[in-house]
Design a protein around this ligand. Structure first.
Ligand SMILES: [Zn+2]
Length: 308
């Protein structure tokens, strides 16, 4: 694909459909992903709610909860949960505009990774649209620190990341990925199959609260301190940190446009990522919103040391 096509927005070629259960509600969900008009971004549409109040845009100011998964909501109180893996796949495959229609309050968890979403998007293919892509160029280092956890964005010519996790559980421990390019190739070859994970003790607790009703060994890695309970084991020895990178694609995309900058983080999660995105875009001194094509020359002509 010629590079100048990358300067324009894209949508799906044709609608795709998937079926599955919601991780937390356990409800059966039918979800269709449809092409959408330029400059509309990603919109969830709850078919089970009244028209006019049932559209929820995937954008940072609509984030309502990030505790167990990312929940988005609109001003009418309509919400949609567990949006992170479909958003990650849309972002990674360069789908700027899509309508995501579902009949439940939660996106199906499927196999707990982004594999099915990625396959569906690839099977549809994408088509170029008339509107140009806009990007967010990070101009200042911004960070959110909480105890021994942090997330940070620094000016850099490309979207790259260093991610470290450190769990007391022996089966996970400390894992690190550095110099990851947050692009489609990395996603397909290293990231999209990494599953979400949870501690057995946590699952017991949240199930007692009536959540994780759809959880099973088919849609998450279950860890009991020293061992992985799933009989098939892991897809990769460092599947846990890879899944954190998978989540990162979607979490950063909630800024509303592709972020050009370097992300680094330790013990990251949806909550800190969402706070970082909100901090970035709520002060116009932190970034420049510009045309994607222009952003490349922009980077080479600006002396970032002055603004850092
Ligand atoms: Zn996840």
């Amino acid at each position: 694909m010629s590079k100048d096509i990358e300067y324009f927005q894209h949508t799906l070629n044709e609608p795709v459909t998937c079926f599955g259960r919601g991780l937390h509600t356990g409800l059966s969900v039918v979800m269709r992903i449809l092409p959408a008009a330029p400059n509309t971004g990603w919109t969830f549409i709850r078919r089970d709610l009244p028209q006019g109040e049932n559209e929820i845009r995937a954008i940072w100011f609509n984030v309502r909860d990030t505790q167990l998964s990312t929940t988005l909501g609109n001003r009418f109180g309509a919400t949609v949960s567990t949006v992170e893996h479909i958003l990650s796949a849309l972002k990674a495959h360069g789908i700027d505009n899509a309508r995501i229609v579902l009949n439940a309050p939660e996106v199906p968890i499927l196999e707990g990774s982004a594999r099915t979403f990625s396959d569906l998007i690839l099977s549809s293919g994408r088509r170029v649209q008339s509107a140009r892509r806009r990007v967010i160029v990070v101009r200042k280092t911004i960070e959110v620190v909480e105890g021994d956890k942090f997330v940070r964005l620094t000016p850099a010519p490309e979207a790259t990341a260093d991610v470290e996790i450190d769990f007391p559980s022996v089966a996970i421990g400390r894992q690190k990925l550095t110099g990851i390019k947050l692009d489609e190739k990395t996603f397909v070859t290293r990231i999209r199959d990494a599953r979400t994970f949870t501690m057995k003790s946590e699952v017991d607790k949240i199930m007692a609260e009536g959540l994780a009703q759809g959880a099973s060994l088919a849609n998450a890695i279950l860890v009991d301190d020293e061992k992985v309970i799933n009989p098939e084991g892991l897809h990769y020895p460092d599947e846990f940190v890879r899944h954190k990178v998978l989540d990162l694609y979607g979490d950063l995309a909630l800024a509303g446009a592709h972020i050009i900058g370097h992300f680094s983080g330790r013990k990251i999660g949806h909550t800190l990522n969402a706070r970082l995105v909100a901090k970035l875009v709520s002060n116009t001194n932190n970034f420049t919103f510009t045309d994607r094509e222009y952003a490349e020359t922009y980077w080479t002509t600006i002396n970032y040391r002055d603004s850092a």
